[in-house]
Design a protein around this ligand. Sequence first.
Ligand code: UP5
Ligand code: MG
Length: 195
Amino acid sequence: PSRPRPKVILIIGGPGSGKGTQSLKIAACYGFQYVSVGELLRKKMIHNATSNRKWSLIAKIITNGELAPQETTITEIKQKIMKIPDASGIVIDGFPRDVGQALSFEDQICTPDLVVFLSCANHRLKERLEKRAEATGRPDDNPNATERRLTNFKQNTIPLVKYFQERGLIVTLDADRDEEEVFCDISMTVDNKLF
Ligand code: UP5
Ligand code: MG
């Protein structure tokens, strides 16, 4: 008999809301595989930007804090997921960014089992990103790109959250608290919805 397909959790939220932090905790706690879409794209862009025109353009887009083309993003996710041998669950960090991506994910990959929206005040997002920028060399942790990331997030997220709400798939959590408190709510949600 074929195995049941892995449970799929999507983690969305503004830049700095803690998507990466919380996704890694979920993966560790439940033994799920972790896929960061931002990281996937950044790795690929760094690797290919000098030799490939498409990726040199995408590198510019991401470095400016804008969204990579939808089809490329979906293709990368699909390839990554197909390489995961057998997992009971997959946590996807930072995807989808808008309704178009959500529709395309469902068309081409699957319907998610759960979407978690990490809701966090704008000033807090900025504060966290500024703090992190001092420590990391992420190409998009510069003031201009950060502003674009925040603006894009604000524009796209309300319709996206509404879309998943109408389908009963999303849980919104207050991410403006200690990491541990946020994770406590996430794990209760995962336990309730997926097990
Ligand atoms: N921190 C975390 N939680 C905290 C808490 N509860 N209290 C206090 N501090 C907390 O956290 C950010 C910082 O805050 C860290 O220093 C952390 O310690 C602290 P992190 O977990 O890194 O937050 P995260 O939401 O992951 O922030 P990130 O900056 O990664 O968010 P972005 O959405 O900007 O980044 P992502 O990698 O998802 O996307 C980057 C770019 O890739 C996009 O702008 C876009 O260009 C491209 N992209 C696409 O084009 N399409 C996609 O589908 C996805 C990405
Ligand atoms: Mg992240």
